[in-house]
Design a protein around this ligand. Sequence first.
Ligand code: WTA
Length: 669
Amino acid sequence: MPGASTGNIESVLSEDRRFDPNRSFTQRAQLKQELLDELCRRGESDPVSLWADLAREMLTWHKPFTATLDRSRAPHFAWFSDGELNASEACLGPWIRNEPDRPAIVYEGEDGDSRTLSYRELGDAVERLGATLRGQGVASGDRVVIYMPMCPEAIVAMHACARIGAVHSVVFGGFSARSLYDRVVDASAEVVITADAGRRGGKFVRLKAAVDRALEYGEHPVRRVIVFRHSGEEIAWHDRRDRWAHELTEAAAADCPAEYVNTEHPLFLLYTSGSTGKPKGIQHSTAGYLLHASLTCRWVFDLREDDVFWCTADVGWITGHSYVAYGPLASGATVVIYEGAPTWPHGGRFWEICERYGVTVFYTAPTAIRALMKLGDELPGKYDLSSLRLLGTVGEPINPEAWMWYHRVIGNGDCPIVDTWWQTETGGIMISPVPGVTSTKPGSCTRPLPGVHAAIVDENGEEITEPDRGGYLVIRHPWPSMLRDIWGDSERYRETYFGKFGDDCYITGDSARRDADGYFWIMGRLDDVVNVSGHRLGTMEVESALVAHPSVAEAAVVSRPHEIKGESIFAFVVLKSVPAEEGVPPSPGSEGVPFSKPDAVQRELRAWVDEQLGPIARPDDLRIVDALPKTRSGKIMRRLLRSIARGEEINQDVSTLENADLVRQLMQP
Ligand code: WTA
């Protein structure tokens, strides 16, 4: 990890506003000051026994555990490792038995169609699909890739896997065929669950067609593709491989006994970008993960059965796992899911849905808030948002102006806001206000939750106690929902997360500072990952995709701040010369000199990245240049490129550059 200058990161943000918890919220809250203080005290002095007590209280065990934290394979930690349970059963079972008719999922499609599934109906669908998967030869521990639109069947598919002990690996429906292929192969999944097509922004997202293309990229282990009919789009069919989900489930048994697995059994893999081109399959456990997802729904969202909870994340991301598919259902709440874009067919779509279903707790990303804020205050004003009692954000730092708008316009100046910091790897929320207790400051995720030993350390792993000095954000004690491994690459797991400060010190990869009140302020990623609209993308992946284009010689990708997306991708590209008959003639006599029709090249390269990685990875800026600035050792001078992309003053030493004119050229749009 670079970040050698972490200690020197300057904080430019100064924020003095402070909001105390709303009194009526505090009165009803499940977690009040006294209990929180007690939990924090225990979390500090004896986290292991605290987590064990919480695990006994929160989860439905098939076989209770006696072991707590097992450090014998550190930094691979195991929690409660002699217990047995089933994650889906633990989530849904109690509600199916006690309140079968309570709505579990309320779904709204982009074109306005709406469906509600009660806990019983959800449970029935899970059992049928579970029985189907078993009938297709899927056994406990087998990996199943889920590539679905945001619809109830995506959640059914996740729970069906969990029910039979299969390990799901959801691939975000916005990822391309190529990304899907890589993930299917890495996980060696034999079964893919998909749908004909999804909908977004008035267009079809042709998922089945992408699966077909993915499985043509090369060798793969997939023997069965199970297809849900969703949009009704026509699709190509491979008789030997493809099966309609509705045909299989109609023929399958109605019941599917749960497979009880060991607490440490992998519940799922979820791939995230790393700083090298290859995505990492983050592996989560069953019990530890579920404990944290459920517990934080209580602590942070104060969720209870009568809540209508809307987390706008897609199930393709960790937020959609912990706070759509698992945590809120374990809490017995009603979960709203919406397939479609926040501004389609009009900018009031989110607020319309909040009004229609009486959403009480709303959780979204700063990128969405900024996009909606841009449309003005009038739109939300048209809807009755009075059912909202709590607002949340996740995914990237929220700038104070967006926080204030969220507070004032959506929350009517009255809803607490929880700015929740966590990661795919942490499984659930780690640093966040507790809404009935913590005073908030716009832009700060405030304090760690009980049992979470978050700290800021310097280069040598020494804690930085001085207020407002930036450093590495680390977690200095294992916690139950931490990732267990990187699928198939334990070496990379150790190096990435524990390499620097020892086995007990998990490195988040973020930099942060703490203010004089002990509040945490996240400053950004330390490695080369761009956070586009709350989605982490490795710049290396985008570079690899660009370089894979036949006319590209070299590419360097950096980020620049973007008003709506948080960060956007800025690519510097050096071209090879391409023969004239291929469409875009190069300037005569030189390699890598700009084409005479640069617009066409830029369009083509953007479309190419789209095809390779998906639209979220498409560079917003793409500058064709003669060469990339490199150090003597051949490393691309990323910091220089970043300054250029951001339009900042150049104060790096560029004397090592062979072509002194290069900087001027790099700066020309
Ligand atoms: C960033 C999403 C500031 C951070 C749950 C982290 C945040 C990365 C916040 C994880 C927040 C997430 N404030 N930054 N409240 N929440 N981040 O794995 O850089 O998709 O490391 O998990 O998002 O992204 P991931």
